[in-house]
Design a protein. Structure first.
Length: 353
């Protein structure tokens, strides 16, 4: 386990015109009533603690009274654009309960709690500074993973829906030890698939606090899904291990659980299942993926050093020499996707024969 896989803070990369064109085509680029910078003008704050009185590294922010009403209205409108039809007839039933600001991490997001006063249900949205890496990560999550995720962008502001679930580090600390053997086996299967999925699409930094565990009850049984909730490290780092959750120190409890719950043949079977699922999604969303990859191949979202290092690692890992001529992270990911599809098609041709 290497606890120093990520040494430097990733810079933020702007959304270029080509990527904006893609986002507009697929209804991601929609005019919104408030910008990230508007929320930075808070006049006061208090620390947010968890149920154990630990500092969460979030602060609850407040605004001057004459600005608060306008900000609340804009945030409700933003929520309605993301989750509703954008009409304003529901706004009178929505209130902004909390606006929290995260002082930790790359994106420094605002987390906004919106409550419906008719039924007391609530939901969160996140307002962040737009970053090209994160946008690519969100799009790949929506298209290529088993999970859908909603987000909007306008100029330099990004709005995301909340990914519901139990944060991985919290699950390990509070729930993992009490799981029966059969549930550990199911969760082990999901971690293997999540690990493989992150590697194949080059989603990095899946430390335990960057993904959530989603339990689903099926009659008297519990199934598990692991969902990424942080996409800042999409195709940036130069070390292949950064894209493999198994190599992060705080994922060690899950790695040990897999070793104890699954044999090598089962692990290999689940890895093959995930590669097959990714290949099918790539083929079924061919036009959209091609357009997104065209944007990414022309984009600057990493350093020359990282690109060269990752090419070397991937050639060593896959023995695919096609990585050698890649000049951008987009080209590297294209070769990785082609590798997955090519292997899937060769297996299926063999089965058909």
């Amino acid at each position: 386990m290497d606890e120093k896989l990520i040494s430097n803070k990733k810079p933020s990369f702007p959304i270029n015109e080509e990527l904006y064109g893609y986002l507009t085509k697929y209804n991601r680029n929609i005019k919104i009533p408030i910008f990230y910078d508007d929320l930075l003008r808070f006049s006061g704050s208090v620390t947010v603690y968890d149920k154990y009185d630990n500092d969460t590294l979030w602060i609850r922010v407040y605004y001057p009274e004459f600005e608060q009403k306008e900000i609340d209205l804009s945030l409700k409108q933003m929520y309605n654009i993301l989750h509703g039809d954008g009409t304003e007839d529901v706004l009178e039933y929505l209130i902004v309960d909390e606006i929290d600001y995260c002082t930790f991490g790359n994106s420094k997001p605002f987390r906004v709690k919106i409550r419906n006063i008719l039924n007391d249900n609530y939901a969160y949205i996140y307002v962040k500074k737009a970053d090209a890496s994160r946008v690519y990560g969100l799009e790949f999550e929506d298209i290529l993973s088993p999970n859908r995720i909603h987000f909007l962008i306008y100029k330099d502001t990004l709005i995301e829906e909340h990914v519901m679930g139990i944060p991985g580090d919290m699950f390990m600390e509070e729930d993992l030890k009490d799981l029966p053997k059969i549930e550990k086996q199911r969760l082990s299967k999901e971690f293997v698939k999540f690990n493989e999925r992150s590697t194949l699409r080059l989603l990095g930094d899946m430390r335990a606090y960057n993904y959530v565990i989603v339990p689903t009850y099926d009659f008297d049984q519990v199934q598990y899904r692991i969902r990424a909730m942080d996409f800042d490290q999409q195709s940036y780092e130069g070390k292949l291990k950064v894209y493999r959750p198994q190599f992060f120190k705080d994922n060690l409890p899950f790695v040990k659980m897999v070793q104890e719950s699954l044999g090598e043949r089962s692990i290999e079977q689940y890895k093959k299942e995930e590669r097959s699922a990714l290949a099918k999604r790539l083929k079924s969303s061919h036009s959209r993926i091609n357009l997104l990859m065209k944007c990414m191949k022309n984009d600057h979202i990493s350093t020359r050093e990282n690109i060269e290092n990752l090419k070397h690692d991937l050639i060593e890992y896959t023995h695919d020499k096609n990585f050698k001529n890649c000049r951008s992270m987009g080209e590297i990911l294209q070769v990785a996707f082609d590798f997955v599809v090519r292997n899937y098609e060769s297996v299926n041709v063999y089965i058909i024969k």
